[in-house]
Design a protein around this ligand. Sequence first.
Ligand code: NAP
Length: 540
Amino acid sequence: MPETNKTETELDAVIIGAGFSGLYQLHCLRDRLGLRARVLEMADGVGGTWYWNRYPGARCDSESQSYCYAFSDELTREWEWSERYPGHAEIRRYLNFVADKLDLKRDIRFSTKVTSAQYEAADNRWHVATDSGDRLTAKYLITAVGCLSTANVPKIPGLDAFRGQWYHTGQWPHDGVDFRGKRVAQIGTGSTGIQAAPVIAETAAHLTVFQRTANYSVPARNAPLTPEFKTYIKENFDEIRRTTRSTTNGHPFVISQRKVFDVSEEERQKIYQAAWTKGGLQFRAAFEDLLVSKDANDTAAKFLKNKIREIVKDPETAAKLSDIDHPYGAKRPPIDTDYFETFNRANVSLVDVRADPIAEITPTAIKLESGAEYPVDIIVFATGFDAMTGALLRLNLTGRDGLKLAQAWQAGPRNYLGLQIAGFPNLFTITGPGSPSVLCNMPVAIEQHVEWITDCIDHMQRNDIARIEPTEEAVNGWVQHVNDAANATLLPQAHHSWYLGANVPGKPRVFMPYTGGMATYRERCNAIADNGYEGFSLSA
Ligand code: NAP
């Protein structure tokens, strides 16, 4: 029956979001368990983060043979990636291919934003409202909203009166932006800014990069995949899958077991040089102790800072770019194509806004506290996201007894395994805070969560279980464990990191992703399920 406004559609499960997570969750619930499931998606197409992130240079940092679903041999056989790292358009093509192949789109409502969802104990259902006036109810509510989907545009005075154009990279216009002949300001030097700057510089009249925190970057060494490598992927996918599922970060390579000071200085330099030449995130796999020992990390940091000074010709610019205040890998390490080389171009300059912060945006310029002004035509905000919690809080979720998520998480996110929140029965959060999520190659983390949730729902359906929610005790234990795991690494030492929520003014500073490693986490989740969902309260 066609859905009309104000009717209440009864379903078994509502899934919010049609990216990697939502698509696979729909397939599992509808096609494996036979449930009535529907996806609600704000955009008018599938893709999730890749629907929105179409900025110049947007490309995945995971290698393509691992940045895909691994659950279906058929999908693997029929899809072929073209480059070492897939670009944003190719990933959208891939997700459309999957959605069409699995006939998913008929159960996705596009251009539909969830405005609220409320759990009612009386009927043990979630009541979901959307901006198109639809009302849906379901026993299960599953958020597949991504970790990096709520754009963070800093509240800089004067932006409203800026007479030029401005864009956030995470909400990039589908028709692109023409930079020819324009003076462009780019604010932000995270993974996004580092990808965007070299491409913007190719056509802009002038690009000024406003850097608050200098960042490490390793060359991606992107290239077309050779026919031999394409054959290797097809013939060895089982092996690739085994590796991605058994490693800490879900990547198709293994972190070395040697420690930094197990080898001589000369040997160490050779290892770093080889990793630099190979390129990509594998650099951090060169030694086992890079993220846990400051002394060990210092050797990598020194190597990478030296590389910046070698590449960048102007000594003052090189000094600003290499003045990095955190250990390598403590923030998400970017990889790049000619980022540092871009500062050797005559049409590119760097401004240090740590030393001289942005004070305001005038109708025609960016003005610093010192009074210095940079006239610009276009501002690109590569300023990141209200990560991990932003998209969940925006859903306006209300659990048992009128408990709002914003209240429950006033002091930061609290949940069990990153999967469930006390007071919010039958709500599952795919790659929620407190799970490995962003510290893992995302499709690997997503598949594990989706499959665990599917098994849990299957268990509930077969055993007539009405509700599942974690106990307070389990939540307390998990939150403590996530903190302990983070503190055993160098990651909390990057004080400006979005891992800590530090990039959004007023956001509670809590280390959000789980640093214990994907493989360990997977084992733990499986053991908990095998033990009758230990830490959860299940009721008939
Ligand atoms: P980000 O890492 O949060 O970087 C934002 C940048 O904007 C930082 O340099 C930040 O400086 C700066 N900034 C924020 N507010 C500012 C202000 N008011 N004034 C001046 N500078 C300001 O965001 P992102 O680069 O979009 O990356 C977010 C995450 O998305 C990545 O870490 C990664 O996980 C993912 N990502 C992945 C890929 C990929 O796979 N290819 C590509 C892009 C992004 P501070 O550091 O001082 O806060």
